[in-house]
Design a protein around this ligand. Structure first.
Ligand SMILES: [Zn+2]
Length: 409
């Protein structure tokens, strides 16, 4: 567990609630654990763990299965698991040509999910909000009666405090109150947390994908736009207002193409979907299907497709070299389209990294494709929605005076 050892001497309610949080977070992120594992990972005593686990089972959030002996000496230890239906969230994703919705249970269990492509459809905020809300309602998100939050991943720059999308160049949005509009459209009173899609992709890959256990990670995710999320020392880099990570608008080519953001030669104009498609001689708006065709051609040895991919790989490597020099990550995770093209671009990337990165950070960094596939931002949105619960599960214990239980824990 991440929270580490807590001072057993301080039996304040604050410590008690922090201990509950450590246990719930540990099982939510790492899966079912035996009581002995919980003792080992929290540093709490056996009896403290027993008391805390009983509180969680009494409140209906956890279950204990029969003790199993795992070849270790001593008494077998009961395994504690979370009940996925005891607290559920809605995870939503809004990209330029697709939307997705999911109902995710405690422990990160995806209970139901749906995705809809909407290329060339109306991108007005209200139209998109209406479509996403409908997709979520079709999943019966309130059927379990235990909805605790909604998380939204959107391809834009988001002010975390209120879910305002300050700008989303590829959606054409400016100062859109997305969180408030979604709460209204869904008819929910639970919190609606909104964040950038790549930031949430990074969170999901860190928690459940390619970057589990790695504390310094750069996530790069390309579709129509190119986004990124950095995890620095285990903590997502947000910037002063949550706007950090807009690596798609890193200026890399002063003589390049105009960007949707109003600048020229941003990284996404060289490594985004449109750039790859144009280099391969296809319409810039041919979308995911167009990229699939470029990859098919490349597999068949078509020189135009191979050259287009290698050019995109070169620009990926140039941008990554700068970012690696600045951030010194252990791992670069390529998501979305960049995960799909990884087999065709990784040599060009490595070449540019060798050429342009300082020796010390270069020797540490590995570049790998994401493992959660296209769902990473949506899964990250669900994780965002779980955050208030994970930070203080006791706040959700209804009709129970938590402070009375302190003595027993
Ligand atoms: Zn730009």
């Amino acid at each position: 567990l991440r929270s580490g050892r807590v001072d057993l001497g301080q039996r304040s309610e604050t410590v008690h609630r922090a201990n509950l949080s450590a246990i719930v977070r540990g099982i939510h992120e790492g899966g079912p654990m035996s009581r002995s594992d919980l003792v080992a990972s929290t540093g709490l005593t056996r009896s403290a763990i027993r008391g805390l686990v009983h509180e969680l089972t009494d409140a209906g959030f956890a279950m204990e299965s029969t003790a199993v002996r795992l070849g270790t000496p001593g008494r077998p230890s009961p395994v504690v698991r979370l009940d996925p239906r005891s607290a559920v969230v809605v995870g939503l994703e809004i990209l330029v040509d697709s939307i997705a919705a999911s109902v995710v249970g405690l422990g990160g269990v995806v209970l139901r999910e749906a995705r809809a492509d909407r290329p060339g459809r109306n991108l007005e905020v209200d139209a998109v909000v209406g479509d996403v809300a409908e997709l979520a309602r079709d999943l019966d998100f309130d059927a379990d009666g235990t909805l605790i939050g909604v998380g939204v991943a959107v391809a834009g720059v988001v002010r975390r405090s209120d879910g305002l999308v300050s700008t989303a160049p590829n959606l054409g949005w400016r100062d859109a109150p997305l969180g408030a509009k979604l709460a209204r459209a869904l008819g929910v009173s639970v919190p609606v947390a909104v964040a950038n899609d790549a930031d949430l992709g990074a969170l999901a890959e860190h928690r459940r994908g390619a970057a589990v256990g790695v504390d310094d990670v750069l996530y790069v995710s390309g579709e129509v736009g190119v986004g990124g999320g950095a995890i620095v020392g285990g903590v997502p880099l947000q910037g002063a207002a949550g706007y950090a990570g807009e690596i798609g608008h890193l200026p890399v080519n002063p003589t390049g193409r105009p960007c949707r953001c109003g600048s020229t030669g941003c990284w996404e104009t060289e490594v985004g979907e449109g750039a790859l498609l144009a280099l391969a001689g296809r319409p810039r708006d041919a979308g995911r299907a167009g990229v699939d065709r470029v990859l098919e051609d490349a597999r068949a040895g078509d020189p135009t497709a191979v050259a287009a991919l290698s050019q995109v790989g070169r620009w990926l490597g140039i941008g990554l070299a700068g970012l690696v020099n600045v951030l010194n990550p252990d791992l670069v995770v390529l998501g979305a389209m960049h995960a799909r093209i990884h087999p065709f671009v990784h040599q060009s990337i490595e070449l540019e990294l060798d050429r342009r990165t300082l020796a010390a950070p270069r020797s540490l960094v590995r570049v790998v494709p994401a493992t959660l596939g296209p769902n990473a931002p949506m899964l990250g949105a669900a994780e965002l929605a779980f955050e208030p619960f994970l930070s203080d599960p006791a706040a959700w214990f209804s009709g129970r005076d938590v402070s009375l239980r302190v003595a027993s824990a």
